[in-house]
Design a protein around this ligand. Structure first.
Ligand code: PHE
Length: 350
């Protein structure tokens, strides 16, 4: 076969192929065109390639080059058709959007179980006549220890048992996050108990007092099923004339039956706290056993003296209970770390 004849044949093949590809109306007809023209076994290009073998050997290089160009052109026309049809089918999908179909409901969030518990505890104590007081989470040693009758040598002040904020030797602490310098009369720490708020309230107000305070406290404990380095406490303080331990026990019993139910018993065990005398530990029933919910007692006269109250005139009781433990007891949660994992599967149950 002569070279120019071969070239003319290829050009014609390419022209008609490009024309047909550009007119293919859908994916199925495009595919049958592809088989007809580009098919590896018996496509038109394949048979044209066989013509190469019958060329004079002098013409072969040029003919081969021409064949390759033709093949590229045809393939490009095929790709263009494919892209065109794909674009068309996605606009079609968009136009089939149906605004009347029911949509996916967005998940509505809710308050964290600890926040819910805090609100409920405030409600219960509110009905018992207690108002809500607040205090700072960063405290000085006076409110966290001294005024609570925890003297300088008491092990509760051990730096290893508290989160002291870094203080430099000149009495200046740096607040790492805000890069601020704050002057200190005494070192500051993250409060280790909400009993700090008892002191703040009595410093500011004359008796009688009837408050609860709820908030975060911090202790460098290793996290396990019953401990976490940050947790919440509810502190209660009642100061008046002739307050007795019987009043304390009654208030805690009423509280326990409102929050956990009539059938849950409370147990008081003799204990010691520097700021109460006598002191008790408060346990609540859980299955066949008991869980410790916190401590309580009659306000120590030294605490009254520290805030300028006359212990001959007033008496009072105080208690501090763990909010996570109360909530865990109510819902049968055996690991308090669940509260802080932010696992939506856990949280959405509340
Ligand atoms: N502050 C004590 C604690 O954190 C609890 C407590 C509060 C005990 C009030 C007695 C009176 O363990």
């Amino acid at each position: 076969m002569a070279l120019d004849e071969f070239v003319a044949e290829l050009n014609e093949l390419a022209d008609t192929a490009a024309e047909s590809f550009s007119q293919a109306a859908d994916a199925t007809s495009l595919e049958s065109l592809r088989v007809k023209i580009l098919g590896a076994k018996s496509g038109q290009l394949k048979s044209a390639q066989q013509g190469l073998g019958r060329m004079d050997s002098a013409d072969k290089p040029l003919a081969g080059k021409h064949f390759n160009q033709t093949k590229k052109r045809v393939e490009a026309a095929y790709q263009a058709a494919k892209t065109r049809l794909r674009a068309a089918s996605s606009t079609q999908a968009a136009s089939s959007f149906d605004a009347t179909e029911p949509g996916c409901r967005p998940r509505i969030g809710h308050l964290h179980p600890i926040t819910q518990t805090i609100q409920e505890l405030k409600d219960i104590f509110g009905r018992l006549g207690f108002s809500v007081a607040e205090g700072p989470e960063i405290e000085d040693e006076r409110h966290n220890f001294d005024a609570l009758n925890i003297d300088r040598s008491h092990p509760a002040r051990d730096p290893l048992d508290n989160f002291y904020l870094h203080a430099s030797s000149d009495g200046i602490a740096t607040d790492g996050e805000n890069n601020m310098e704050v002057a200190l009369e005494s070192p500051w720490l993250l409060r280790s108990q909400t009993s700090t708020v008892q002191i703040r309230v009595m410093e500011e107000n004359p008796p009688p007092i009837r408050i609860v305070s709820l908030g975060r406290v911090y202790r460098p404990d290793t996290a396990d099923a019953t401990h976490y380095p940050m947790f919440h406490q509810i502190e209660g303080l009642l100061v008046d004339t002739d307050v007795t331990l019987a009043d304390l026990k009654t208030v805690l019993r009423i509280f326990c039956s409102s929050y956990l139910g009539e059938d849950v018993s409370v147990r008081f065990r003799p204990s010691f706290f520097p700021f109460t005398e006598p002191s008790v530990e408060v346990d609540m029933q859980w299955g066949d056993g008991w869980v410790e919910m916190g401590g309580a007692g009659m306000v120590d006269p030294n605490v009254f003296r520290a805030v300028g109250y006359d212990p001959e005139q007033v008496t009072g009781f105080a208690f501090g209970l763990g909010v996570e433990r109360l909530c865990a007891r109510r819902f049968g949660i055996t690991d308090i770390r669940e509260f802080f994992k932010n696992d939506i599967r856990f949280l959405k149950q509340f």
